[in-house]
Design a protein around this ligand. Structure first.
Ligand code: HEC
Ligand code: HEC
Ligand code: HEC
Ligand code: HEC
Ligand code: HEC
Length: 486
């Protein structure tokens, strides 16, 4: 056997490649490929196990990392080819190569190099990946990264009972299949933001939202989530003294699975309500099918076609009523009422309610413009019409003026075309159709029964716009005036 033959068997055809690959272009390729691989291997278990709920980890693993990986892969042969050409032209390409043993200095150098970069990468990736995954799951990432896009939802969220609940808890929820689905829609979202193809305002409802019972019920104990409760609504009039009145309702929320009350009748055990909607926003509902312990009943408007006439059909869940559990935008009157009741806008400023509502309803083309004009307009009103108040209680007026601006800032986002009432709230029936999308007396079954509009089915109206409702005094709830009117 000639030495040459034995070389061929132990892989001497590799020797020229080893020799040629020692060049800057190829080595850079090696660094990039190992880096991408090591990071990818760190992300892989997280992605597969679904221990993170952020779609962006998947984007990182499946969209971002492969790019440098393949770029690196291209660099390696490119460098080899360039070096071969260069050495060929200069006539320094070696006619023979040492065998591929540990004595081959070029092989040794390459092995050390790969080993060293891998070690460095392992050290970095083990530190970085974990915090990257945590960060991508965080509210800061969801709310602030795409600042303009998410600003309305993020602001309304911070101002809600769920301000301590992470976005992903409601929007994605646990479980592998929703995880994959959200990953796919997450890819679309990133592209939409990158290329500015998202719609303004962001459309509601969210079509790919996980069935709410599976997300909400992770925290809201289904057997409870509500017993009857007293709801007090405070309103201030448009008059000079901002007169306070109260509406008191006993909401028949009902216990989860006890087939009664608001929750029980729609979501109690054995109950399934399906409905057909004629619009994307699910505001126009011509056909309802109630499946309950007593069998099936179909309620329909006179115009509805049988079986919904091919319209999209949806199973009712929490979000059909609680569509604003956390992105709770307010209407101007209610928002100002709340600010006055909380003492942020002094109720002793004449016509404060009327002026504040007029001002926040004005049109401003940007939030910056509003930030200048709103406080100025409120202050000017007192300066011009109540010079005595302006002279003696200026601090009170200016702080109220800032709170009027805060009402605007919580609710209006011109850049995203979010204005007063852009997002309907389905709880109730006075501001938006809400419950009356179905409970309007117009949805009738074959036997003549209709989805009830009886005023006492959902609540007992204990007092309506009264100054001092007797029921509150009876209950011992005597605090009926905001601090400054006591
Ligand atoms: C308590 C549950 C919950 C949390 C927490 C939550 N959302 Fe939502 N989100 C919803 C629901 C419910 C909807 C409306 C879905 C519908 O009507 O179908 C929604 C809708 C949205 C929409 C669509 C536009 C709209 O207002 O209807 C965006 C965007 C959004 N959420 C972003 C976020 C961001 C960002 C966070 C974290 C800062 C977050 N959400 C936290 C429940 C939640
Ligand atoms: C991660 C836990 C968590 C999830 C998920 C969650 N909630 Fe809540 N929710 C809470 C907590 C905690 C409160 C109580 C806040 C308080 O009392 O201030 C609350 C309060 C509420 C309230 C009462 C608000 C009020 O005015 O008293 C409603 C209604 C509600 N949640 C509906 C929902 C709906 C609908 C969903 C699903 C879209 C949901 N929640 C998902 C934790 C959660
Ligand atoms: C048919 C409409 C409807 C559906 C469906 C519905 N709710 Fe409610 N829920 C209400 C109404 C109305 C209230 C009372 C709101 C109020 O008084 O402001 C309420 C109140 C609540 C409260 C506050 C209870 C309290 O004691 O303060 C929670 C929490 C809640 N709902 C969670 C849920 C969850 C979770 C689901 C889904 C499993 C759900 N709701 C489904 C209409 C609904
Ligand atoms: C998608 C249609 C739909 C919407 C929206 C809807 N409901 Fe209902 N509701 C029904 C149906 C269907 C029934 C059951 C009728 C039956 O018993 O056959 C019902 C029954 C009820 C009952 C029991 C009535 C009784 O006679 O005992 C209450 C209470 C109720 N709903 C409250 C509400 C409240 C509060 C809202 C709004 C937050 C609301 N519903 C929104 C369809 C709807
Ligand atoms: C299908 C259930 C349902 C029926 C039927 C119903 N309501 Fe209501 N009503 C509600 C809910 C839910 C709210 C909102 C509670 C909240 O703001 O959280 C509400 C709120 C109100 C309010 C307070 C409005 C405000 O200023 O915020 C009044 C007043 C009222 N209802 C009167 C009536 C009258 C009068 C009738 C009979 C024509 C009636 N309701 C029938 C569910 C119902």
């Amino acid at each position: 056997m000639t030495p040459n033959q034995s070389d061929r068997r132990d892989g001497s055809w590799l020797s020229p490649i080893i020799h040629l690959s020692s060049n800057w272009v190829s080595l850079t390729g090696v660094v990039i490929v190992t880096t991408a691989t090591v990071f990818w291997l760190f992300l892989l278990p997280v992605t597969l196990r679904g221990t993170t709920e952020s779609p962006y980890v998947g984007i990182l693993a499946f969209l971002v990392l492969p790019a440098p990986f393949f770029a690196g892969l291209i660099l390696i042969p490119l460098g080899i080819w360039l070096k071969r050409k260069r050495e060929g032209r200069a006539g320094i390409y070696p006619p023979e190569f040492p065998p591929l043993t540990w004595h081959n200095a070029e092989l040794r150098r390459l092995v050390y190099f790969v080993f060293f970069t891998t070690m460095v990468n392992l050290a970095i990736a083990s530190q970085v990946s974990y915090s990257a995954v945590n960060y991508l799951d965080s509210v800061t990432f969801c709310g602030e990264t795409c600042h303009t896009v998410m600003q309305p939802e993020y602001t309304a969220y911070q101002n809600s009972p769920h301000s301590r609940v992470e976005c992903v808890k409601c929007h994605i929820g646990p479980g592998a299949s929703w995880f994959v689905r959200s990953k796919l829609s997450g890819v679309g979202q990133v592209l939409a933001v990158t290329f500015h193809t998202y719609s303004t305002p962001i459309p509601t409802p969210v079509r790919s939202l996980r069935p709410a019972r599976e997300t909400c019920e992770a925290c809201h104990w289904p057997q409870k989530y509500g017993e009857d409760r007293v709801l007090i609504i405070n309103k201030f009039a448009d008059d000079e003294s901002n007169t306070l009145s109260k509406t008191v309702l006993l909401m028949k929320i009902g216990g989860g699975n006890r087939g009664i009350g608001i929750h029980g009748t729609h979501l109690g055990s054995g109950v399934l309500i399906r409905y057909a909607h004629a619009d994307e926003g699910r505001q126009n509902i011509p056909w309802i099918e109630y499946n309950g312990p007593g069998g099936k009943t179909v309620y329909a408007t006179p115009a509805a076609k049988p079986d919904g006439g091919g319209l999209p059909i949806r199973d009712m869940d929490c979000v059909d009523c609680h569509n604003r559990p956390t992105h709770a935008y307010e209407l101007p009157e209610r928002a100002v009422d709340r600010a006055i009741y909380a003492g942020q806008i002094s109720p002793s400023l004449p016509f404060a309610k009327k002026r504040a509502v007029e001002i926040v309803k004005g049109s401003y083309s940007t939030r910056e413009e509003a930030a200048q004009k709103i406080p100025a307009a409120f202050e000017k009103y007192y300066r011009d019409n109540y010079p005595a108040i302006w002279a003696q209680r200026r601090a009170e007026v200016t702080s109220a003026a800032q709170q009027v601006l805060a009402v605007y800032d919580r609710n209006i986002f011109p850049e995203m075309k979010v204005a007063w009432g852009t997002y309907p709230n389905n709880i109730g029936h006075t501001d938006f159709p809400g419950c009356f999308r179905c409970h309007d007396g117009n949805h009738v079954a074959k036997d003549g029964r209709s989805v009830t509009q009886d005023c006492n089915a959902c609540h007992n109206l204990l007092a309506m716009d009264e100054a001092n409702p007797k029921v509150l005094t009876d209950l011992g709830i005597v605090e009926s005036k905001p601090p400054e009117q006591k």
